[in-house]
Design a protein around this ligand. Structure first.
Ligand SMILES: Cc1cc2nc3c(=O)[nH]c(=O)nc-3n(C[C@H](O)[C@H](O)[C@H](O)COP(=O)(O)OP(=O)(O)OC[C@H]3O[C@@H](n4cnc5c(N)ncnc54)[C@H](O)[C@@H]3O)c2cc1C
Length: 355
């Protein structure tokens, strides 16, 4: 069986981002790489969105960028600007097309469906397949989104609605998210933060229909695309092994308070590329410890006081939007952290810090 210098397990967002980064920077001219991906064909399955706080390799896959966003709590709507860090949405179909086409041009890169098809004994492995643990006390961000085409041009496509809490909370945290790509096209998503042990929260189709018809007041529309998923708000416990690095969700690249993962994956890919010649001995790449600690406390508050979360999220934006964006994108300095923390209900967070 064939041997390779490197193996990437899982040709999804993290696997393809890493392979693309290595290929782009000519790190695979004298090295061989096998990508193991079981899916038969790549189809659009996700819309990756984030505030653009750093350059990445996929500007040409951006479906739309916005410089304005809003947040609705039960009592108020905040309109905010993000000129310095536009909110971007990447179409996974464009991402898969671009990366797979480029990688297939390199004769040192091969695709396989199953790890059993190759000899992995002497390879360095980048693994993006999360371990399958099921712990009922873990929180998830689970959601379903539909892209709709409306008969009339009714959306303001200059502004996204990041969170709309004007919906049933059912003792959990629930909001809607609307990304208008055009005046007659938008992704409308129902998002829950819960332990995923209550199946009654998953009547997504009903929730979306009611929201579109009653809150957005749209009657004439068709659904042109649907996506559904769940992001773990905990880091999968993939075992540490010599000659193996976990990447993507499996590698702890999700920011646990928000579910944002895409840009962290890009930063991790860059880090691996810069250290590839001595990857066995490089320091483990992690989201900064201060965010890990703050997110843990934040999720404890969320778990114990879900009813307080709409106001907590909304109050966070009482500071400048640049500060919040930098905080949520792991780029805030000490003063910016303090500014965010000062907007939180202090006793609740102090109590949650200790138990
Ligand atoms: C629907 C959805 C929308 C999201 N939207 C956003 C967003 O807007 N912004 C953001 O920052 N993050 C978002 N995320 C979170 C995160 O960015 C994505 O989950 C991202 O795809 C994670 O990349 P990954 O490579 O870790 O996992 P994946 O992209 O899921 O890749 C894992 C790959 O492993 C393959 N695989 C599975 N089993 C095996 C096996 N046994 N052997 C080999 N390969 C295997 C799978 O087929 C898959 O291709 C979203 C997640 C989902 C599910």
């Amino acid at each position: 069986m064939k041997e390779f210098d490197y193996i990437i397990l899982g040709g999804g967002c993290a696997g393809l981002s890493l392979a693309y980064e290595l290929d782009l920077h000519k790190k695979l001219e004298n090295k061989t790489l096998a990508i193991i991906e079981p899916r038969d064909e790549y189809k659009k399955d996700k819309t990756w969105s984030f505030w653009k706080v750093l350059d990445h390799n996929f500007d040409d896959c951006v479906k739309k960028s916005w410089k304005n966003f809003s947040i609705n709590s039960a009592t108020e709507t905040k309109h905010l600007k993000c000129d310095n860090y536009p909110y971007q949405s990447i179409d996974s179909e464009l991402f898969y097309k671009k990366t797979v086409a480029k990688l297939k041009e390199n004769k040192n890169i091969s695709f396989f469906k199953d790890i059993k098809d190759i000899n992995q004994n002497n390879s360095f492995i980048f693994n993006s397949v999360p371990s399958q643990e099921s712990n009922k006390s873990n929180l998830w961000q689970h959601f379903c989104g539909v892209e709709i085409k409306t008969k009339d041009k009714i959306f303001d496509d200059e502004i996204i609605n990041l969170m709309d809490f004007n919906c049933e909370q059912r003792d959990n945290v629930h909001f809607f998210y609307t990304l208008p790509f055009k005046k007659d096209r938008a992704l409308v998503e129902t998002t829950w933060l819960s332990k995923m042990n209550d199946n009654s929260l998953k009547d997504y189709d009903n929730q979306i229909k009611n929201y579109i018809e009653q809150n957005l007041k749209i009657k004439n529309y068709e659904i042109v695309y649907k996506e559904e998923g769940a992001i773990p708000l905990f880091h999968p416990l993939n075992e540490k092994e010599k000659n193996k690095i976990n990447i993507g969700t499996a590698g702890g690249m999700t920011r646990l308070s928000t579910g944002y993962t895409f840009l962290n994956i890009q930063e991790h890919s860059k880090y691996i590329r810069m250290n590839i010649e001595n990857i066995q001995n490089s320091k483990k790449y992690e989201i900064k410890k201060k965010y890990q600690i703050l997110d843990k406390v934040f999720l404890r508050v969320l778990e114990n006081h879900p009813e307080k979360m709409p106001d907590i999220f909304s109050n966070m934006f009482n500071t400048t939007s640049d500060t919040v964006i930098k905080f949520l994108s792991n780029r805030s300095n000490f003063l910016e952290d303090i500014s965010i923390i000062s907007k939180m209900p202090k006793w609740l967070f102090i109590k949650s810090l200790f138990g």
